[in-house]
Ligand binder design. Structure first.
Ligand code: MG
Length: 385
């Protein structure tokens, strides 16, 4: 049976990996929609190869190139944020892969679920910002989320056949990033090249910086809270530098299940789009004898204050995680643009979290307003540094 799929963020790391999984899978996928932020060259190639019904280019400065290149193909070309939102509402597909980056991914996730379309979710920021709203929407329409984040995919796999009521806690593993052992006194001098050099995973720039500050793990705690309906105190972080165990579930009888694999996003991507199957794949096997040692450490919150900021925002609840998330997005972009220091990232996020006026049960409109407020607040702080 052919499954119709839409890939949002098709030119990013997750999108490109999704298309490469689809290419090698022995099952049929029909690529119906593709979207990019601004990579006109790659989306032209992808459109020619997959012949989707429509594509979106959000930043439309190169739209004439795209239109010229696809002149002879029968492909609808949309542009702007409106184009992305419009395509995410369409219900003539079975599945959306949301590989968008940052807060921009939240509304498309909600749009798909409202249209009763299942979502393979790589955009963890959707869950961080609007977890409660997303769960309510899924209850209303029956649409489902399939986690793509490797830790959440691991927990999901460990929970197959289990009852969530029998879970004591989950243990999210994290590599600790590139600065796990660096002298913390030198953190203010961390430069972009160093921060973009992740030891195990090859990913997009935003998430790579999140891994270096360990905000990524904090966001994953919030994501897990909503994906699996757990309490804050049931979600722990464990540092595991080899990134072989992708996460674990501890049950009430203290039995622990773990999921292991090579650190390659194609594995959780494939599971999310072929669930409930573990379909045949030809990639490298995990060779535990060759790896030899798997090691574990406590998380270091003094070194990585972003972890505590994330836990705090979850304890506060309401709109607090959304503000944390948008503040992080904008602080990270400012670091990527070399406007602030690495150590300014948590300082600015904390200021935004403290300054914002809490909304208890934020609606989509309130979340979008908060997104603007938080961006302005952070950019104002960035100007002051
Ligand atoms: Mg992850």
């Amino acid at each position: 049976m052919t499954r119709k799929i839409s890939i949002l963020g098709s030119t990013g790391s997750i999108g490109v990996n999704t298309l490469s999984v689809i290419d090698t899978l022995k099952e049929d996928f029909d690529v119906v929609y593709l979207s990019t932020f601004q990579n006109s060259k790659l989306i032209i190639d992808q459109a020619k190869k997959y012949q989707p019904k429509a594509i979106v280019i959000v930043d439309d400065s190169n739209i004439s190139d795209v239109k010229n290149a696809l002149e002879k193909d029968n492909i609808e070309i949309l542009s702007g944020r409106e184009g992305l939102l419009e395509i995410s509402k369409r219900d003539d597909i079975d599945l959306v892969m949301n590989g968008l980056v940052g807060s921009a991914g939240m509304e498309p996730t909600l749009n798909a679920l409202k249209a009763s379309v299942d979502v393979a979710l790589s955009n963890k920021e959707s869950m961080v910002m609007a977890g409660d709203l997303i769960n309510k929407t899924m209850n209303e329409t029956g649409a489902k989320i399939y986690p793509v984040d490797s830790e959440h995919s691991a927990i999901w796999q460990c929970l197959v056949g289990e009852n969530i009521k029998d879970v004591n806690r989950i243990i999210l593993t994290g590599s600790g990033g590139p600065f796990r052992t660096r002298d913390v006194k030198t953190f203010p001098e961390i430069n972009l090249t160093e921060a973009l050099n992740h030891p195990n995973w090859s990913m997009g720039k935003k998430i790579t910086i999140d891994s270096a500050t360990m905000m990524n793990k904090g966001l994953e705690v919030i994501e897990a809270r909503w994906l699996f309906n757990l309490e804050v105190n049931q979600i722990d972080i464990l540092i595991h530098p080899q990134s072989i165990i992708h996460s674990m579930v501890e049950f009430k009888d203290r039995s622990i299940k773990a999921q292991l694999g090579i650190p390659d996003m194609k594995i959780p991507i494939q599971y999310a789009i072929t669930y409930p199957r573990h379909a045949l794949a030809e990639w490298e096997k995990l060779d535990l004898a060759k790896i030899g040692n798997l090691t574990f450490e406590e998380k270091d919150v003094d070194r990585f204050p972003c972890i505590d900021l994330a836990y705090q925002s979850l304890s506060v609840g309401g709109s607090a995680p959304a503000v944390l998330n948008v503040a992080n997005d904008n602080a990270v972009y400012s670091f990527l643009n070399k406007r602030i220091k690495f150590t300014d990232i948590p300082i600015i996020i904390e200021k935004a979290c403290n300054a914002h006026k809490l909304v208890t049960n934020p609606s989509l409109e309130e979340l979008l307003e908060l997104e603007l407020w938080t961006r302005d607040f952070v950019m104002n702080e960035v100007d002051k540094t």
